[in-house]
Design a protein around this ligand. Structure first.
Ligand code: SAH
Length: 178
């Protein structure tokens, strides 16, 4: 994390706050994650350094670039096209930015050794669990919008819960009625 310049992932007017250990607004009602939360989510993945990783909820791209310091193969997906475009312009070329619904994962690039979701839901999206490689793990905040708990879901079905946290909601696609 010390190798990443967080200011590059902030709007110009907030760059002087880059060193604050807080979530900050990045537009479109979204936030750049708090550095401590990025650290806890990525530590929960217990990466060795050779994994293929999917980052759901690109936002500013900050978490994706920290991941790219740890592993060689990072894919990140963001549903808001403007945020995806801004992150694509800032992130190094070794991070592949996709625009789309991350609750569906990225079937064309699956399986992944690790998946990290920087947005909260009351359960992990089933498609993400299906796209885990054997031995893989998915880290995400689970709980209601007001307060969540960081969880790790292992490909073998084990689930671990750790610290309380608060993230923006993971948006599930709306299915037309009937
Ligand atoms: N890791 C980011 C955190 C961004 S906040 C950072 O460090 O800046 C979470 C992001 O998840 C938001 O940008 C939001 O638009 C995105 N998001 C929410 N639901 C999503 C979905 N279903 N698919 C893809 N991105 C989603």
């Amino acid at each position: 994390m010390a190798r990443v310049d967080r200011a590059r992932y902030l709007p110009p007017e907030l760059q002087e706050l880059a060193a604050c250990d807080e979530a900050l607004p990045i537009g479109h009602g979204q936030t750049i994650s708090q550095p401590t939360m990025v650290r806890l989510l990525l530590e929960a993945l217990a990466l060795r350094g050779d994994e293929r990783v999917l980052d759901v909820g690109t936002g500013s791209g900050y978490q994706a670039v920290v991941l790219a310091e740890l592993v060689p193969d990072v894919h990140t997906i963001e549903r808001i096209p403007e945020l995806a475009a801004a992150a694509r312009a800032t992130l190094p070329a070794r991070v592949t930015v996709h625009t789309g619904d991350g609750t569906l994962g990225l079937p064309s690039e699956a399986p992944f050794d690790a998946i990290v979701v920087a947005a909260a839901a009351d359960r992990p999206p089933p498609a993400l669990l299906e796209q885990l490689a054997p031995g893989g793990r998915l880290a995400m905040p689970v709980g209601p919008p007001s307060q969540q708990v960081l969880h790790v879901f292992h490909a073998d079905g084990r689930v671990e819960a750790s610290v309380p946290c608060r993230f923006v909601p993971l948006v599930f696609a709306q299915h037309p009625a009937g």
